[in-house]
Design a protein around this ligand. Structure first.
Ligand code: SAH
Length: 393
């Protein structure tokens, strides 16, 4: 049992699922990592049942705010059933066979991420609680999704914070999974679930790639941080005049080229450049290059607020260069997936970049993550991806 310090039960009463070590007055019963514990307030009132994680600053993650709730295989089956039902109801389920099926805390399964790539699931167990229940969870996923193969990518840094070692490999079924073919809005992509970044593909950007596709006709497009070509190929499919895609990972570019070839598009219009975006944008500026649509989708510069200052400098740098490269009337689709930079801060960084570039610009649309990445209202941390569509006038 975990007893909280006086007045440290506020966030739990709002149903936020995290219990930080600093809020814990005492732990009784010698629970081990992943064990289910009762959580009570300082005056002994039952508040929740949670998974105990002795090594993490997030000392426990709540399974249920019903203090009498049994946490067993049936509990996980029910949570997985609910998560899958939500995805089946989404419009994306009709045009894409790659979806996020479980989005951690927001699906009532703290620390669990599951992405579906056609008939292969990729699972990440990122907290002690879901690690403890991995077998019932995997059984429920296999049975309810109908996917026979499940690949584990529990190699994210956050696992270390939970005192867990990395784990990768097939946990159900087996097959070659370095090029899982998926379809997104009618476009073909190959996903390397074994070596690719995260679980292999950035599903959160699905609808934003589609939006960029509808904006690309006749435009010269720059795709910065292009990974396996998601935005570049969407832009080409939307009728872009030409696309310049910049990405530092040669492995990602190799797949990007395969993705381009897997679609009935004029591949000669796309140039993939293996380079650092910061340096290459400067080079393009110095060459006097110009574009009509620029996409910037960098990696997480600030995982937490502690890195926000350095991240802000990096975001400002690339956005400033993008404004210089844009022709008047051009569009900038600019993103941040940093948890440590919120939407208001990101907007002010982009505003500062426009100002310093001497550009007049307006926000014409805002972007977020696709609906298969829901955000539980009581868990605002679940909202990490934000983006702006900015028109340079
Ligand atoms: N837009 C992509 C996802 C981008 S993820 C999509 O829709 O699929 C961010 C990418 O930036 C990663 O592929 C990473 O390899 C790349 N990257 C990180 N730092 C970079 C840098 N300094 N220059 C170029 N690419 C970089």
């Amino acid at each position: 049992m975990i007893k909280l310090k006086p007045a440290r039960d506020k966030s739990l009463r709002r149903h936020h699922p995290w219990i930080f070590s600093g809020a814990v007055a005492s732990v009784s019963g010698k629970p081990k990592a992943g064990d289910t514990v009762d959580v009570v307030s300082a005056d002994g009132k039952p508040l929740a049942r949670a998974a105990y994680s002795p090594e993490s600053q997030i000392r426990a993650r709540v399974w249920s705010f019903d203090a009498a709730r049994e946490v067993d295989a049936a509990f996980f089956r029910e949570r997985v059933t609910r998560a899958l039902a939500l995805r089946e109801s989404l419009p994306a389920a009709k045009h894409s066979n790659a979806l996020r099926l479980v989005h951690g805390e927001s699906d009532g399964l703290p620390g669990l991420i599951v992405d579906r790539y056609a008939d292969v699931l990729v699972a990440q167990f990122l907290a002690a609680g879901v690690e403890r229940w991995r077998d019932p969870i995997l059984d429920a996923l296999a049975e309810l999704s109908g996917c026979e193969a499940i690949y584990e990518r529990s190699d994210a840094e956050t696992r270390k914070l939970e005192g867990l070692k990395p784990k990768i490999g097939f946990v159900r079924g087996n097959r070659n999974a370095t090029r899982c073919p998926i379809i997104e809005h009618g476009l073909n992509f190959r996903v390397d679930v074994e070596q690719g970044q995260k679980t292999g593909f950035f599903l959160d950007q699905r609808e934003n790639r589609q939006r960029v596709r509808t904006l690309a006709a006749g435009r010269e497009v720059l795709d910065g941080f292009s990974y396996t070509g998601g935005f570049a190929i969407a832009a080409l499919a939307g009728g872009a005049k030409r696309v310049c895609a910049i990405e530092s990972s040669r492995d990602a570019i190799e797949i990007a080229r395969e993705n381009l070839a897997a679609n009935p598009l004029d591949a000669s219009k796309v140039e993939f450049i293996a380079a650092d975006v910061f340096a290459h944008l400067r080079k393009l500026r110095d060459q006097g290059a110009h574009f009509d649509l620029v996409v910037l989708d960098p990696p997480k510069f600030a995982p937490t607020a502690a890195q926000a200052k350095n991240a802000a400098r990096a975001y400002k740098d690339i956005n400033l260069l993008a404004f210089k490269l844009l022709r008047p009337g051009g569009l900038l689709a600019t993103f941040s997936c940093s948890g440590g930079v919120d939407a208001a801060l990101f907007q002010s960084i982009v505003a500062g970049a426009a100002l310093d570039a001497g550009a007049e610009a307006k926000i014409v649309e805002r972007f977020g993550a696709a609906a298969d990445h829901p955000v539980a209202l009581e868990f605002p941390e679940g909202e990490y991806l934000k983006g702006l569509l900015v028109l340079k006038t």
